[in-house]
Design a protein around this ligand. Structure first.
Ligand code: GDP
Ligand code: MG
Length: 196
């Protein structure tokens, strides 16, 4: 097993994060925690990029469907009436389509973050998918308010500021997909000797 401090993950500031001027705030939170940015770029994604970025597995789409269904049940909304289906896979497919529109609606900022348990750490700093349920102190909890009941009604993806790799498999895929090996650097930060 590699040393835990070698762990890497991908974080992307979505178009709403860029347009709201939150690039600095988001990067600052990652850096202050003691995680290291080892690649960074602003770019404009194509529809094909986003289609390749997100998993295509039924399992992933069903998981999105499950999150939606739970959210609808929590608030007493009728998912079938609103979306025309309560099938997990169909809901996942709908959301996947809206995501492509969202992630190509403006420039984004992509970065590779390195550090101890980087994948889990960054997810913690970002907070859960639904901003309405994200705790204060997380990026999504402090700066966003959206919810699937609202986003689905308007036929758009939930605006939650950032994407962060959800697990090792996603991190491996996204690292290779978004960055050429020569774009990923490394350096020693002053804190390295003090913090770990
Ligand atoms: P993440 O890993 O926390 O970003 O969440 P997922 O991988 O489950 O979903 C990917 C993205 O799809 C989310 O960040 C949201 O922008 C969007 N999304 C997820 N679930 C829903 C949903 O139920 N409705 C809508 N409209 N968008 C969703
Ligand atoms: Mg995800």
């Amino acid at each position: 097993m590699p040393h835990p401090k070698e762990d890497k993950t991908v974080l992307i500031i979505k178009p709403d994060g860029v347009k709201r001027g939150l690039i600095g705030e988001i990067i600052s939170r990652i850096e202050k925690r003691g995680l290291k940015i080892i690649a960074l770029e602003m770019f404009m994604a194509t529809k094909e990029h986003i289609d390749e970025h997100y998993p295509k597995s039924e399992e992933w789409m069903k998981k999105i469907g499950e999150k939606t269904l739970k959210n609808y049940n929590d608030y007493g909304y009728d998912v079938k009436k609103e979306l025309g289906t309560d099938d997990l896979l169909e809901i996942g497919k709908l959301v996947r389509g809206w995501l492509i529109d969202y992630m190509t609606s403006g420039p984004m900022v992509k970065m590779v973050v390195k550090g101890i348990h980087a994948i889990e750490m960054v997810r913690k700093i970002v907070g859960p998918t639904l901003p309405s349920q994200a705790e204060m102190g997380t990026i999504r909890g402090d700066f966003s308010v959206d919810d699937s009941t609202a986003a689905n009604r308007d036929k758009r993806a939930i605006r939650n500021l950032v994407h962060a790799s959800g697990n090792q498999e996603e991190a491996d895929h996204e690292l290779l997909f978004w960055f050429a090996p020569e774009e990923i650097t490394d350096y020693k930060r002053a804190e390295d000797d003090i913090m770990f």
